[in-house]
Design a binder for this molecule. Structure first.
Ligand SMILES: [Zn+2]
Length: 337
């Protein structure tokens, strides 16, 4: 008895020319477009004058019985006789996004695998590179947040901004600490430098976490480096602002005043953070809106927490939003149909 079956390819507007097995034991399906003509990329008019085929493109498609499948197509090119210079336009097919190395059904499948997962995990499961996975995410999910779309941004803002912001300004203070310690190592005698040993750990703590000896250590350090003292105070000041129960207006005021202090200190390491603050001041200020306790918010914040733990490599808000969108809407938006 024959041990093979026939399966429809299920990609519209193409005819299968040939199916073969590659050396890597993948299926290679060569197809050609059955569509005639396209629209001119310049004037938009319907083109029917066939100009020739492009180089073949090989696209990753859904696997069959766990074996990788590639679809190979020579895109058709058409010429416009209305436009100056008679430009040509490549015909596009509904199941392929320009410049993507995959078919759309493959990308939707990948996106479903990405729900509640990580880039590394998806890449490993599919034996593809992480770049390909992030490429698919970027093609399908916006990572720019349109804040105007959210009327109640305070709900979405809570954990993300706090997380993003505190990481960013603590990093600035750390840069100061590193550079200053380097300078001190050159400037101070061995004995003096020895007397501030362990300062790095103390510097990271907030005042209420100090032991007495750490407190003394930090005071010694600050007499050697007033710049580190400034950076430390700035860092702790901002943390305090975030702990306080401001309304968004008050928060904005406090943050702006803090930015002013940073500028007057002229610590260049905070420069990039000041720019971040400018961009995100609105959503950051909304963080302060009363900390809502509805079950939605708790559920949402929980998702954010889990996502953060799962993808500890995601440091920027934009990626975080992209991944949240995928976790929350992924199954419905990229459903199998
Ligand atoms: Zn044209």
């Amino acid at each position: 008895m024959d041990n093979s079956i026939q399966i429809p390819l299920d990609l519209p507007d193409v005819r299968v020319l040939e199916v073969s097995k590659t050396e890597e034991r993948s299926w290679l399906i060569r197809v050609e477009s059955t569509l005639k003509g396209t629209s001119c990329r310049k004037c938009g008019k319907k083109l029917t004058h066939f100009h020739g085929f492009d180089q073949p493109i090989r696209l990753r498609h859904l696997p069959v019985f766990e074996q990788p499948v590639y679809v190979e197509l020579k895109p058709k090119r058409y010429q416009c006789s209305h436009c100056k210079g008679k430009p040509t336009t490549t015909q596009r097919l509904s199941w392929h996004e320009l410049r993507s190395p995959n078919t759309k059904p493959y990308e939707k499948w990948l996106l479903r695998l990405g729900v509640n997962s990580t880039v590394v995990d998806v890449a490993n499961k599919l034996s593809i590179s992480e770049e390909i996975v992030t490429g698919v995410f970027d093609r399908w999910i916006r990572n720019k947040v349109n804040w105007e779309r959210f009327q109640r941004i305070e709900i979405l803002g809570i954990d993300i901004d706090r997380f993003h912001v505190s990481r960013a300004y603590r990093h600035c203070a750390d840069l100061v600490r590193r550079q200053e310690l380097k300078l001190l190592k050159k400037k101070l005698s061995k004995k003096e430098y020895g007397s501030i040993k362990g300062a790095m750990w103390a510097f990271r703590k907030s005042p209420e976490q100090f032991t007495d000896s750490e407190w003394e250590l930090l005071q010694r350090l600050f007499t050697y480096s007033p710049k580190m003292k400034e950076a430390y105070i700035l860092r702790e000041e901002l943390t305090e602002i975030f702990e306080r129960l401001y309304d968004p207006k008050g928060a904005k005021c406090a943050i702006r005043a803090w930015c002013k202090r940073v500028r007057s200190c002229q610590i260049s390491q905070f420069e990039s953070f000041l720019k971040t603050i400018e961009t995100w001041l609105e959503p950051i200020a909304n963080y302060f809106l009363e900390r809502l306790t509805s079950s939605f918010v708790e559920g949402f914040n929980n998702r954010v927490k889990v996502l953060k733990r799962r993808c500890y490599g995601i440091f920027d808000v934009e990626r975080l939003f992209q991944r949240l969108t995928l976790d929350i809407h992924g199954y419905e938006r990229f459903a199998f149909n």
